[in-house]
Design a protein around this ligand. Structure first.
Ligand SMILES: NC(=O)C1=CN([C@@H]2O[C@H](COP(=O)(O)OP(=O)(O)OC[C@H]3O[C@@H](n4cnc5c(N)ncnc54)[C@H](OP(=O)(O)O)[C@@H]3O)[C@@H](O)[C@H]2O)C=CC1
Ligand SMILES: N[C@@H](CC=O)C(=O)O
Length: 432
């Protein structure tokens, strides 16, 4: 039996779940994997905070040195989140020869490769399966089972909070604010929920996914970003009537050796498997040249699913403890980033149009001048002096659409309220 001494930073949602799993599964892990995990130290921020009675008896401190400077601790688990303190903890732990496991996507999105190189240099492991899609084993699947394939596209619902909000608004007709409050109470939402609802958390995860899938380190500024704050019941109703669901999709698509990246509300046809993903569940749909379409589905946030991914990292780490491998250290590709002319999709655009003769005609003319055709146009009953108009276009590039939007912004009597893309699959990109 091999004994490992563990230090955990944090005692919040994920760390609590992990400690409960390690206690409950202690004998199972001993029998099955011949390992004993000894929880030596927990470090928190606020020592005065009241903890659940099941954590009585743990060594809890607010001094990071109790873990980092204890030579007897083999494995550090960072579950506090954020970039600055967490980065110091991880770097110092790796420097002192400790293996590290984290769920911290904010940090790994930008520093993952650098930290993995440090881990390799120090002959220790660094794993972070829980950082993308919580309970779904997507990173290990991409780096192991799908390493042989050429991936053409990834579409992920990778933020549980925003998916929960959209599902609750649509199914129960509750307000955005009420749905967000429930997500916070359930422990899905980040400390600052702007990261969840503005697409930033999903973009961190897309950065990690793109690195694993396409060997490309991405900056967040290279991702076209949009969030869900402005989506209304009217949008949800429209989209449902048209046979779609709105999902905050994190997408990475290869088009003629160029990589297109976006996090944005996207219309997914009801028959597509991603449309059935509800509440805090996540899913990552991978289109591989050889494997076809695979969907990885499950809870993307929450105490036990996320903690289970951390526990799985622990077990994987100990299986190869003498030659620990970190995720994803060497893979790189020559893909370049897509330009506006390469970014092709059908769009769902909502307008507020003044009830005056000629305005609708002018609106149609703007699109036709750029050779953009309509798949569908809906004009609703007027409210006061204005009418809601929804246009769904045939596939068009950003280079075609951008001048149209500039013209509309200067025109009188027409205002763009929203623009959402329709999910586009690799074969449609090729045929467009
Ligand atoms: N919640 C989820 O569903 C998921 C979370 N994650 C990621 O997991 C990580 C943890 O998230 P979660 O458990 O939700 O976070 P919580 O906010 O629930 O808990 C954070 C914990 O970190 C502790 N902490 C904060 N700052 C410090 C510090 N400077 N030194 C020591 N301890 C500190 C807090 O201490 P105290 O208790 O004293 O306040 C608290 O116990 C994050 O990176 C998150 O993004 C990933 C996937 C899903
Ligand atoms: N806030 C995140 C938590 C998991 O990463 C989410 O809602 O998905």
């Amino acid at each position: 039996m091999k004994n490992y001494r563990i230090g955990i930073f944090g005692l919040g949602t994920v760390a609590s779940g992990l400690i409960k799993i390690l206690k409950k599964e202690k004998i199972n892990y001993q029998n099955r994997f011949n390992v004993n995990f000894e929880l030596s130290q927990v470090v928190v921020h606020d020592l005065q905070k009241k903890r659940a009675p099941e954590f009585d008896g743990l060594n809890i401190s607010d001094d990071p040195a109790k873990i980092i400077e204890d030579p007897a601790i083999d494995i550090v688990i960072e579950l506090i989140g954020g970039k600055t303190v967490a980065k110091n903890i991880i770097e110092e732990s790796l420097q002192t020869g400790k293996h590290v496991i984290t769920a911290n996507k904010d940090l790994i999105a930008s520093e993952g490769r650098k930290l993995s190189r440090l881990a390799k240099e120090k002959h220790v492991g660094l794993f972070y399966e829980a950082a993308v899609a919580g309970g779904i084993p997507i990173l290990r699947s991409l780096s192991n089972s799908l390493a042989s394939d050429e991936i053409e596209q990834i579409n992920g619902i990778v933020n549980g909070t925003s998916n929960f909000i959209l599902s609750q608004m649509r199914q129960n007709k509750i307000s955005y604010a009420a749905a967000l409050k429930t997500a916070q109470e359930k422990g899905f939402a980040e400390a600052d929920p702007s990261n969840d609802v503005d697409g930033i958390d999903a973009a961190y995860k897309l950065q990690i996914l793109a690195d694993f899938t396409f060997g490309k380190q991405i900056n967040q500024r290279d991702i076209q970003m949009g969030g869900i704050r402005t989506i209304t019941q009217a949008d949800l109703q429209d989209v449902t009537d048209l046979g779609y669901e709105i999902k905050l999709l994190a997408s990475a698509t290869v088009i003629s050796n160029k990589l297109e990246l976006s996090v944005a509300p996207t219309l997914v046809p009801k028959g597509h498997p991603l449309a059935s993903v509800q509440n805090e569940n996540n899913a990552v749909f991978v289109n591989g040249r050889y494997s076809g379409g695979l969907m990885f589905y499950g809870p993307g946030a929450g105490e036990f699913p996320t903690a289970n991914s951390v526990a799985a990292d622990l077990i994987e780490l100990t299986k190869k403890i003498d030659q620990p491998e970190s995720f994803n250290t060497n893979f790189s590709s020559d893909l370049t980033l897509a330009k506006p002319k390469d970014r092709i999709a059908s769009r769902y655009i909502v307008f507020n149009v003044a009830n005056r003769p000629g305005v609708m005609h002018k609106l149609s003319a703007f699109f036709l001048m750029s050779d953009i055709n309509f798949r569908n146009i809906r004009q609703y009953d007027p409210v006061g002096d204005n009418t809601r108009v929804v246009i769904i276009t045939y596939p068009a590039s950003d280079a075609q659409l951008n001048p149209v939007k500039t013209t509309i912004r200067k025109a009188r009597g027409v205002e763009i309220i929203h623009e959402f893309k329709l999910l586009i699959e690799p074969k449609e990109v090729t045929n467009a």
